[in-house]
Design a protein around this ligand. Structure first.
Ligand code: ATP
Ligand code: MG
Length: 191
């Protein structure tokens, strides 16, 4: 499953629809402080089903929605009421779970909408609404996933060095790729 394209709309500082083509090989993101480099990685985590607001540097999930710019004296762009991130995946080599074998391309979309009664969150795979769990499972075995060790947050290396042994073990299990098995076993036990 190769990541091909990430599209952000109203997510954090990316207010207008913004596409990032992800080419084969190593991708580097460079830019001045505050230009949105970390926001981009958080978008990737978020669309893969991240549930921890802290990992997204957000107080609550609705904080990922573009909050507007400017001050009372110097108003800028108004905030948005929703945010959406889509990730296009190449499944030509059928490395996604078998249930997706008919799909050479997968488009995973997560959307959050602010409403008076709270926020609603929806996930879609190729346009069809699915559960958060379906999206998390899609990525659980691949060396990706919202909590994957292949996505290293700013400051995370020093956090890991100072971590308690059991937390460090969790991280190593992720890195070894056994977490997908744990998640599936948990799912099976619930049934
Ligand atoms: P550094 O090099 O310092 O790590 P960076 O490129 O990683 O910087 P980010 O942390 O991705 O930068 O982006 C920070 C910017 O995103 C800030 O200007 C912040 O105001 C903006 N931002 C974060 N959340 C929102 C939001 N919900 N609405 C609007 N802007 C936001
Ligand atoms: Mg950063």
């Amino acid at each position: 499953m190769d990541f091909q394209k990430l599209r952000l709309t109203g997510f954090k500082s990316f207010v207008e629809p913004t596409d990032f083509d992800i080419l084969p090989g190593l991708t580097g993101i460079v830019g001045p402080n505050g230009c949105g480099k970390s926001n981009l990685l958080e978008a990737l985590r978020w669309v893969m089903g991240a549930t921890s607001a802290k990992a997204l540097r957000a107080g609550g999930m609705e904080d990922v929605i573009f909050a507007g710019t400017g001050t009372a004296e110097h108003p800028g762009r108004p905030g948005r009421s929703w945010a959406e991130v889509s990730l296009h995946l190449d499944n030509e080599n059928r490395s996604a779970p078998a249930q997706y074998n008919e799909h050479p391309m997968l488009e995973v979309t997560r959307r959050i909408t602010k409403k008076a009664e709270g926020t609603t969150s929806t996930y879609r795979i190729n346009g069809k609404e699915v559960r958060a769990k379906d999206v998390q499972l899609l990525f659980a075995d691949a060396a990706s996933g919202a909590n994957s060790p292949s996505l290293v947050r700013q400051g995370q290396v020093s956090e890991l060095i100072n971590a308690k042994p059991e937390n460090r073990r969790k991280f190593l299990e992720e890195a070894a790729g056994v977490t997908g098995l744990h998640v599936r076993r948990h799912e099976a036990e619930l049934r």
